[in-house]
Write a new protein. Structure first.
Length: 250
Protein backbone atom coordinates (compact mmCIF):
# COMPACT_ATOMS: atom_id res chain seq x y z
CA UNK A 1 0.00 0.00 0.00
CA UNK A 2 2.78 2.46 0.97
CA UNK A 3 4.40 2.21 -2.44
CA UNK A 4 1.26 2.72 -4.41
CA UNK A 5 0.35 5.82 -2.38
CA UNK A 6 3.74 7.42 -2.85
CA UNK A 7 3.36 7.66 -6.57
CA UNK A 8 -0.15 8.57 -7.60
CA UNK A 9 0.76 10.18 -10.90
CA UNK A 10 -1.03 7.43 -12.76
CA UNK A 11 -4.33 8.96 -11.65
CA UNK A 12 -3.69 12.18 -13.54
CA UNK A 13 -2.49 10.22 -16.59
CA UNK A 14 -5.55 7.97 -16.53
CA UNK A 15 -7.90 10.92 -16.10
CA UNK A 16 -6.41 12.72 -19.10
CA UNK A 17 -6.86 9.58 -21.14
CA UNK A 18 -10.50 9.17 -20.05
CA UNK A 19 -11.26 12.88 -20.67
CA UNK A 20 -9.88 12.61 -24.20
CA UNK A 21 -11.59 9.26 -24.88
CA UNK A 22 -14.93 10.77 -23.84
CA UNK A 23 -14.35 13.75 -26.13
CA UNK A 24 -13.42 11.44 -28.98
CA UNK A 25 -16.51 9.31 -28.42
CA UNK A 26 -18.73 12.43 -28.37
CA UNK A 27 -17.23 13.62 -31.65
CA UNK A 28 -17.40 10.21 -33.29
CA UNK A 29 -21.18 10.05 -32.90
CA UNK A 30 -21.85 13.71 -33.61
CA UNK A 31 -22.65 14.73 -30.06
CA UNK A 32 -21.62 18.07 -28.62
CA UNK A 33 -18.34 18.14 -26.75
CA UNK A 34 -18.99 18.33 -23.03
CA UNK A 35 -22.41 16.69 -23.22
CA UNK A 36 -21.16 13.69 -21.22
CA UNK A 37 -20.17 14.20 -17.58
CA UNK A 38 -17.59 12.03 -15.88
CA UNK A 39 -18.42 10.53 -12.49
CA UNK A 40 -15.13 9.24 -11.07
CA UNK A 41 -15.95 6.17 -9.00
CA UNK A 42 -13.56 6.13 -6.04
CA UNK A 43 -15.00 3.24 -3.99
CA UNK A 44 -12.30 1.18 -2.21
CA UNK A 45 -9.67 3.82 -3.03
CA UNK A 46 -8.34 6.02 -0.22
CA UNK A 47 -8.85 9.77 0.21
CA UNK A 48 -5.34 10.47 -1.14
CA UNK A 49 -6.37 9.10 -4.53
CA UNK A 50 -9.48 11.29 -4.66
CA UNK A 51 -7.44 14.35 -3.69
CA UNK A 52 -5.04 13.60 -6.52
CA UNK A 53 -7.97 13.41 -8.94
CA UNK A 54 -9.29 16.77 -7.69
CA UNK A 55 -5.87 18.29 -8.28
CA UNK A 56 -6.07 16.94 -11.83
CA UNK A 57 -9.39 18.74 -12.41
CA UNK A 58 -12.05 16.16 -11.47
CA UNK A 59 -14.78 17.32 -9.07
CA UNK A 60 -17.58 14.78 -9.42
CA UNK A 61 -17.23 11.45 -7.62
CA UNK A 62 -19.26 8.30 -7.07
CA UNK A 63 -19.21 5.95 -4.09
CA UNK A 64 -21.38 2.91 -3.50
CA UNK A 65 -21.09 2.49 0.26
CA UNK A 66 -22.40 5.23 2.50
CA UNK A 67 -20.19 4.72 5.55
CA UNK A 68 -17.04 4.63 3.44
CA UNK A 69 -18.17 7.73 1.54
CA UNK A 70 -19.01 9.66 4.70
CA UNK A 71 -15.64 9.23 6.39
CA UNK A 72 -13.63 9.56 3.18
CA UNK A 73 -15.33 12.68 1.85
CA UNK A 74 -15.44 14.40 5.23
CA UNK A 75 -11.66 13.97 5.32
CA UNK A 76 -11.23 15.10 1.71
CA UNK A 77 -13.31 18.24 2.14
CA UNK A 78 -11.40 19.15 5.30
CA UNK A 79 -8.00 18.68 3.78
CA UNK A 80 -8.91 20.61 0.64
CA UNK A 81 -10.86 23.39 2.32
CA UNK A 82 -7.99 25.89 2.16
CA UNK A 83 -6.46 24.73 -1.09
CA UNK A 84 -6.47 26.86 -4.21
CA UNK A 85 -7.56 23.94 -6.35
CA UNK A 86 -11.10 23.97 -4.96
CA UNK A 87 -11.56 27.76 -5.01
CA UNK A 88 -14.97 28.52 -6.46
CA UNK A 89 -15.62 24.85 -7.13
CA UNK A 90 -17.48 22.23 -5.20
CA UNK A 91 -16.63 18.60 -4.84
CA UNK A 92 -19.80 16.75 -5.61
CA UNK A 93 -20.67 13.23 -4.49
CA UNK A 94 -23.09 10.67 -5.92
CA UNK A 95 -24.19 7.56 -4.11
CA UNK A 96 -24.31 4.91 -6.84
CA UNK A 97 -24.86 1.68 -4.90
CA UNK A 98 -27.94 0.03 -3.46
CA UNK A 99 -29.12 2.08 -0.49
CA UNK A 100 -30.34 0.26 2.62
CA UNK A 101 -33.01 2.13 4.54
CA UNK A 102 -30.84 2.41 7.68
CA UNK A 103 -28.22 4.30 5.61
CA UNK A 104 -30.52 6.88 4.04
CA UNK A 105 -29.99 9.49 6.74
CA UNK A 106 -26.20 9.45 6.35
CA UNK A 107 -26.51 9.36 2.57
CA UNK A 108 -28.65 12.51 2.70
CA UNK A 109 -25.99 14.22 4.81
CA UNK A 110 -23.06 13.54 2.51
CA UNK A 111 -24.47 13.13 -1.02
CA UNK A 112 -25.43 15.69 -3.64
CA UNK A 113 -27.08 13.04 -5.78
CA UNK A 114 -28.45 9.57 -5.08
CA UNK A 115 -28.37 7.70 -8.36
CA UNK A 116 -29.57 4.26 -7.30
CA UNK A 117 -33.17 4.96 -6.28
CA UNK A 118 -35.22 1.79 -6.71
CA UNK A 119 -38.46 2.19 -4.73
CA UNK A 120 -41.12 4.67 -3.67
CA UNK A 121 -40.31 3.84 -0.04
CA UNK A 122 -36.75 5.01 -0.61
CA UNK A 123 -38.04 8.24 -2.19
CA UNK A 124 -40.22 8.80 0.90
CA UNK A 125 -37.24 8.20 3.21
CA UNK A 126 -34.98 10.56 1.27
CA UNK A 127 -37.69 13.22 1.25
CA UNK A 128 -38.21 12.91 5.01
CA UNK A 129 -34.51 13.20 5.88
CA UNK A 130 -33.94 16.02 3.41
CA UNK A 131 -36.87 17.94 4.83
CA UNK A 132 -35.16 17.80 8.24
CA UNK A 133 -31.89 18.93 6.67
CA UNK A 134 -33.72 21.52 4.55
CA UNK A 135 -31.80 20.23 1.55
CA UNK A 136 -32.98 19.29 -1.91
CA UNK A 137 -31.65 15.96 -3.16
CA UNK A 138 -31.10 15.18 -6.82
CA UNK A 139 -31.99 11.59 -7.61
CA UNK A 140 -31.73 9.22 -10.54
CA UNK A 141 -34.10 6.29 -10.80
CA UNK A 142 -32.33 3.03 -11.49
CA UNK A 143 -33.86 0.58 -13.94
CA UNK A 144 -32.79 -3.04 -14.06
CA UNK A 145 -31.92 -3.77 -17.68
CA UNK A 146 -30.30 -7.16 -17.39
CA UNK A 147 -27.29 -6.89 -15.10
CA UNK A 148 -26.70 -9.85 -12.75
CA UNK A 149 -27.25 -8.33 -9.31
CA UNK A 150 -30.76 -7.18 -10.24
CA UNK A 151 -30.33 -3.74 -8.74
CA UNK A 152 -32.85 -1.07 -9.62
CA UNK A 153 -36.58 -1.19 -10.36
CA UNK A 154 -37.24 -4.66 -11.78
CA UNK A 155 -39.90 -3.39 -14.17
CA UNK A 156 -40.40 -0.19 -16.08
CA UNK A 157 -44.00 -0.23 -14.86
CA UNK A 158 -42.86 0.10 -11.23
CA UNK A 159 -40.45 2.86 -12.13
CA UNK A 160 -43.29 4.75 -13.81
CA UNK A 161 -45.37 4.45 -10.65
CA UNK A 162 -42.53 6.21 -8.86
CA UNK A 163 -42.54 8.92 -11.53
CA UNK A 164 -46.26 9.36 -11.03
CA UNK A 165 -45.64 9.71 -7.30
CA UNK A 166 -42.96 12.34 -7.92
CA UNK A 167 -45.01 14.20 -10.53
CA UNK A 168 -47.84 14.35 -8.00
CA UNK A 169 -45.68 16.61 -5.83
CA UNK A 170 -45.44 14.08 -3.01
CA UNK A 171 -41.70 14.47 -2.41
CA UNK A 172 -40.85 18.17 -2.62
CA UNK A 173 -37.31 17.69 -1.27
CA UNK A 174 -36.50 15.18 -3.99
CA UNK A 175 -35.61 16.33 -7.47
CA UNK A 176 -35.52 13.59 -10.11
CA UNK A 177 -33.17 14.35 -13.01
CA UNK A 178 -33.13 11.09 -14.98
CA UNK A 179 -32.40 7.37 -15.07
CA UNK A 180 -29.49 5.08 -14.32
CA UNK A 181 -28.64 1.53 -15.27
CA UNK A 182 -25.88 -1.04 -15.25
CA UNK A 183 -25.39 -3.20 -18.34
CA UNK A 184 -24.86 -6.94 -17.89
CA UNK A 185 -21.26 -8.03 -17.36
CA UNK A 186 -20.59 -9.65 -20.74
CA UNK A 187 -18.31 -9.26 -23.76
CA UNK A 188 -21.34 -9.38 -26.03
CA UNK A 189 -21.63 -5.82 -27.31
CA UNK A 190 -25.14 -6.41 -28.61
CA UNK A 191 -26.45 -7.27 -25.15
CA UNK A 192 -24.73 -4.26 -23.59
CA UNK A 193 -26.02 -1.91 -26.27
CA UNK A 194 -29.54 -3.24 -25.93
CA UNK A 195 -29.49 -2.50 -22.21
CA UNK A 196 -28.52 1.14 -22.89
CA UNK A 197 -31.16 1.46 -25.61
CA UNK A 198 -33.78 0.17 -23.17
CA UNK A 199 -32.87 2.93 -20.71
CA UNK A 200 -32.86 5.66 -23.36
CA UNK A 201 -36.25 4.62 -24.74
CA UNK A 202 -37.64 4.45 -21.26
CA UNK A 203 -36.51 8.03 -20.61
CA UNK A 204 -38.13 9.18 -23.85
CA UNK A 205 -41.37 7.51 -22.81
CA UNK A 206 -41.16 9.07 -19.35
CA UNK A 207 -40.72 12.54 -20.84
CA UNK A 208 -43.75 12.02 -23.05
CA UNK A 209 -45.84 10.94 -20.07
CA UNK A 210 -44.44 13.30 -17.43
CA UNK A 211 -43.04 16.32 -19.31
CA UNK A 212 -43.25 18.41 -16.15
CA UNK A 213 -40.43 16.37 -14.59
CA UNK A 214 -38.01 17.48 -17.34
CA UNK A 215 -35.88 14.35 -17.04
CA UNK A 216 -32.63 14.68 -18.94
CA UNK A 217 -29.91 12.52 -17.37
CA UNK A 218 -28.95 9.05 -18.56
CA UNK A 219 -26.33 7.61 -16.21
CA UNK A 220 -24.95 4.64 -18.09
CA UNK A 221 -21.53 3.31 -18.99
CA UNK A 222 -18.62 2.06 -16.86
CA UNK A 223 -14.90 1.47 -17.59
CA UNK A 224 -15.55 -1.42 -19.94
CA UNK A 225 -18.56 -0.13 -21.87
CA UNK A 226 -18.73 3.67 -21.67
CA UNK A 227 -17.99 4.25 -25.35
CA UNK A 228 -21.05 2.20 -26.31
CA UNK A 229 -23.07 4.09 -23.70
CA UNK A 230 -22.03 7.45 -25.18
CA UNK A 231 -23.15 6.28 -28.63
CA UNK A 232 -26.53 5.43 -27.10
CA UNK A 233 -27.03 8.80 -25.46
CA UNK A 234 -25.39 8.59 -22.03
CA UNK A 235 -25.07 11.98 -20.30
CA UNK A 236 -22.93 10.70 -17.44
CA UNK A 237 -20.51 7.79 -17.34
CA UNK A 238 -19.44 6.21 -14.03
CA UNK A 239 -15.80 5.20 -14.30
CA UNK A 240 -13.66 3.66 -11.57
CA UNK A 241 -11.06 1.16 -12.74
CA UNK A 242 -9.93 3.13 -15.80
CA UNK A 243 -9.03 6.06 -13.50
CA UNK A 244 -7.97 4.60 -10.16
CA UNK A 245 -6.86 1.12 -11.22
CA UNK A 246 -7.99 -2.22 -9.86
CA UNK A 247 -9.83 -2.14 -6.54
CA UNK A 248 -8.35 -3.95 -3.56
CA UNK A 249 -11.22 -5.68 -1.84
CA UNK A 250 -10.22 -6.23 1.77
C1 LIG B 1 -18.16 0.27 -9.26
C2 LIG B 1 -19.22 0.86 -10.06
C3 LIG B 1 -18.92 1.56 -11.25
C4 LIG B 1 -17.52 1.70 -11.82
O1 LIG B 1 -17.07 0.48 -12.36
P1 LIG B 1 -15.69 0.37 -13.14
O2 LIG B 1 -15.84 -0.88 -13.92
O3 LIG B 1 -14.61 0.30 -12.13
O4 LIG B 1 -15.54 1.56 -14.02
C5 LIG B 1 -19.99 2.15 -11.93
N1 LIG B 1 -21.26 2.04 -11.49
C6 LIG B 1 -21.58 1.38 -10.35
C7 LIG B 1 -23.00 1.32 -9.92
C8 LIG B 1 -20.57 0.77 -9.61
O5 LIG B 1 -20.91 0.12 -8.48
Amino acid sequence: MENSLNDLNYIEDNLKKVFSDIKEAENACGRKEGSVKLVAVSKFHPAECVIRAVEAGQFLFGENRVQEALSKFTQIKESLSNEKVTEGKNISLQIIGKLQSNKVKKACLIADTISSVDSIDLIKDINRHCETLNKKMEILLELHTGEDTKSGFAEEKELFKALEYLAGGNAPYVSPSGFMTMAPFTDDEKIIRSSFITLRESLEKANAEFPELKLSELSMGMSSDYKIAIQEGSTQVRIGTAIFGQRLYT
